[in-house]
Design a protein around this ligand. Structure first.
Ligand code: ZN
Ligand code: ZN
Ligand code: FE
Length: 757
């Protein structure tokens, strides 16, 4: 028997996920000799045995990897005879080598695994009802890591010294908790604390949990500290409690997410497709948007007038215990006031959430990185991420090429994320929020330092939005690194191209809110030919003034007045719900030369929503358009009236469509039918336009992107029309179509440009 000796290099997310014990077990089973260790590049294995046996191990390294591992590559080299011999006869796990630049990614925060849950529910187990139980297959990661390499002293668990029992698990290669950095038990780990803000009473441990459950059962609002921040929780079946939460949070209509105990309970609340089940039970545990059951137990006030409901399953032992004790669905919404960022630091939570809650259920394990729940829509043809945050960040996505310089991309302004490139991958940050809030801006600055450091990247190029007034653009100028300004909608298209591994030219259709154009006006209804190197704007929506600027976003009736005028309709008659003086003032404002104009499709949807009888003022972004889609979904798509739009010299003019809709609405035609007809007519016209552009340019692929494509009905219409033209349609799935995806597109464009100079 001839023995060979090889070194196997494993890269990817392979630290803090139980990878070394997994290697150890298989190596021992196969009778191999050698060692495995973590280093700054990932995991290194030095192994001696029969060549065919080592081949088996090499295959298992990928095929049988532990649940949280993401193996990018396994490479192998022969060890030359001068290498140091082994210090033992068998196989062993040796200490980490922290030298060199950190480059081993930190894993995602992951939902409690079945093994840990079984312990938490077992009265005989030493972790019975312990809310911070975790192991190498589950638990917090990204949100507790201060620095790399990922080791307990570098996490917010540093202050908790493990008890002898926990230490024994930690050092036992055969144990599920071998090197589980957040390992803890009731004897040595974090503790729950309850603070009743009205009585001032405090409790700890299981008594804290009982007090919080009792408060929730009696309709109180409770702040609950989770993985990435605090939630505000109330009984989702109690209309008065939900109403009280809305009042205190100053949140009128924006839907809340609901946490239910298990899949069975979820099925009583929403329609569960196979995709929805898979998303709900995945260790990433996002909020899953699914079609709501009409006769559910969740009160209407949770998501007023919407056909969908956001549902999630418990992802920490604390959630499991709380849901079991309260025994009804709970609203679990970000712990903040209105649009501020989620509270994640204890003192900050006391002061900011104090006025909103009756009690706080907290604990003493600090959250280093604030991370909101992710949101996935699972009611469409394929799941689509609308917010990519906890459970996804900081996982890298593949780029279809390797940039020659490391790029830091600073994103846009709303729904901000940043991203950094590392080799041929791009790492998007967690969701940061709207930069206009000071606390969000601070989180943004923290991410700009933290994310490159986690990945051991020194940015050599900074990509930012073309908009000179975005805070992210301003920061780019201050960083003293060469910058690349990227047009907003080009970035949207590029983000979608990255998902599909494309670098070559496509037709990009971007229907969006607002984005700064190369001509200094606000774009948002664009058809372009684009690749990663550049774009050409071929066609766009007819531009319209935005009377009052951002006021036109909060008050969509202003855009309705503008489009009525474009359509030759008297705005005062088209808007009976708005007082005539205001309408006249806005009409005059719109005519004024020098008014801000936009080609935004989002603003057109707002306008049509109002003209068909929808709300004239919104309480959250895109509310009018979202309710228009909901209304359209109630109509049958068969026998819809068809309306025409005109396209001349590359300008798509929806005025004839608006005129016809307004006329038929005034004549008493059903508004649901008209809403559906609008989606159908506008979507088909856009598809015909894109198909014409594709055919002229000899291209076969169309990308659909921008915030308006969160509208699933519009996406269906455009996609099926384009498919009928024989075109390939690319839509988003892993990167949000909204501005949360901008940083990924910016990184790809700047990275591509870095190769050519
Ligand atoms: Zn576990
Ligand atoms: Zn312990
Ligand atoms: Fe956008």
């Amino acid at each position: 028997m001839t023995l060979t000796r090889r070194r196997l290099r494993v890269t990817g997310t392979v630290q803090g996920v139980g990878y070394r014990p997994f290697v150890y077990r298989h190596a021992v089973d196969l009778g191999l000799r050698g060692w495995v260790r973590n280093d700054s590049a990932g995991v290194l294995i030095d192994v001696e045995g029969e060549a065919s046996t080592i081949d088996i191990l090499q295959r298992l390294l990928v095929e049988q990897a532990p649940p949280l591992a993401r193996v990018t590559s396994v490479t192998s080299e022969i060890v030359d005879s001068t290498a140091a011999g082994y210090s033992s006869e068998g196989f062993e796990i040796v200490g980490s080598d922290a030298a060199g630049a950190a480059s081993a990614p930190v894993s995602i925060d992951s939902a409690t695994c079945d093994d840990c849950l079984a312990e938490v529910l077992d009265p005989g187990d030493r972790r019975y009802r312990y809310p911070f139980t975790n192991c190498t297959n589950c638990g917090p990661r990204y949100t507790i890591v201060l620095r790399v390499p990922y080791d307990r002293p570098m996490t917010t668990m540093a202050g908790f010294a493990m008890c002898p029992d926990c230490l024994a698990e930690y050092h036992d290669p055969a144990n599920r908790r071998f090197h589980a950095q957040p390992n803890a038990c009731p004897a040595c780990g974090p503790r729950l604390v309850w603070h009743d803000l009205s009585s001032g009473q405090r409790a700890t441990g299981d008594a804290a949990l009982s007090a919080a459950s009792a408060a929730l059962r009696s309709g109180k609002v409770v702040g609950v500290k989770g993985i990435g921040g605090y939630h505000l929780a109330v009984d989702a079946t109690d209309a008065a409690a939900v109403g009280e939460l809305r009042r205190r949070k100053a949140r009128d209509d924006k839907p809340f997410a609901v946490m239910v105990a298990d899949l069975e309970s979820a099925a009583t609340v929403v329609e569960l497709t196979a995709a929805a089940r898979a998303e709900l039970t995945s260790p990433r545990r996002p909020i899953v948007l699914a079609i709501r059951h009409p006769s559910d137990s969740v009160t209407d006030a949770v998501a007023p007038r919407l056909p969908e409901l956001g549902v999630m399953l418990p992802y920490t032992p604390l959630h499991h215990l709380l849901l079991a004790d309260v025994d009804r669905p709970l609203v679990m919404t970000s712990g903040n006031l209105s649009d501020e960022p989620i509270a994640h630091e204890d003192r900050d939570a006391e002061s900011r959430l104090g006025p909103l809650v009756d009690g706080l259920l907290s604990h003493d394990r600090a959250i280093h990185i604030r991370c909101d729940d992710s949101v996935v829509r699972a009611s469409g043809r394929q799941p689509q991420l609308l917010r990519r945050s906890r459970g996804y960040a900081p996982e890298p996505l593949s780029l279809p090429f390797e940039p020659s310089r490391a790029v830091l991309a600073l994103g846009a302004e709303l729904k901000s994320t940043i991203a950094v490139t590392k080799g041929s991958t791009v790492v998007p940050s967690h969701h940061l929020g709207d930069l206009e809030h000071l606390a969000t801006y601070r989180a943004f600055l923290q991410a700009v330092d933290h994310l490159p450091a986690l990945y051991g990247v020194t940015p050599e190029l900074v990509a930012h939005d073309l908009h000179p007034e975005y805070l992210s653009s301003k920061l780019a100028e201050e960083l003293d690194i060469p910058t690349v300004a990227v047009q907003h909608h080009h970035a949207h298209v590029a983000a979608c191209m990255v998902e599909h591994g494309r670098t070559d030219p496509v037709v990009g259709v971007t229907f969006d809110g607002l984005g700064y154009g190369t001509d200094g006006t606000m774009w948002g209804g664009e058809v372009m030919i684009a690749d990663l190197g550049g774009f050409e704007r071929i066609s766009h929506l007819r531009s319209a003034p935005m009377p009052g600027g951002v006021a036109a976003i909060r008050e969509p009736w202003r855009m309705a007045a503008v489009w009525a005028i474009h359509a030759g309709v008297d705005p005062a008659r088209a808007l009976p719900a708005v007082d005539a003086t205001s309408v006249a003032a806005v009409a005059a404002l719109a005519e004024r030369p020098g008014a801000v104009t936009t080609t935004s499709a989002g603003r057109l949807f707002d306008a049509v929503a109002v003209l068909l009888g929808g709300r004239s003022r919104v309480t959250y972004e895109a509310q009018a358009a979202i309710e228009l889609e909901a209304l359209a979904r109630t109509a049958s798509r068969r026998q819809l009236p068809r309306y025409e739009l005109v396209c001349e010299d590359g300008v798509l003019d929806p005025s004839p469509l608006v005129a016809a809709l307004t006329r038929d609405h005034a004549a008493g035609m059903d508004s649901a039918l008209l809403a559906a007809a609008f989606h159908e007519s506008f979507g088909r016209a856009a598809a015909a336009l894109a198909a014409g552009v594709a055919s002229d340019a000899g291209l076969d692929t169309v990308v659909l992107t921008g915030g308006v494509f969160q509208n699933a009905l519009l996406t269906e219409v455009v996609e099926s029309a384009l498919t009928a033209f024989g075109l390939r349609v690319l839509v988003h799935s892993l990167v949000p179509p909204n501005d949360g995806g901008i940083s990924v597109g910016q990184a790809a464009i700047a990275g591509w440009i870095s190769r050519s100079g």
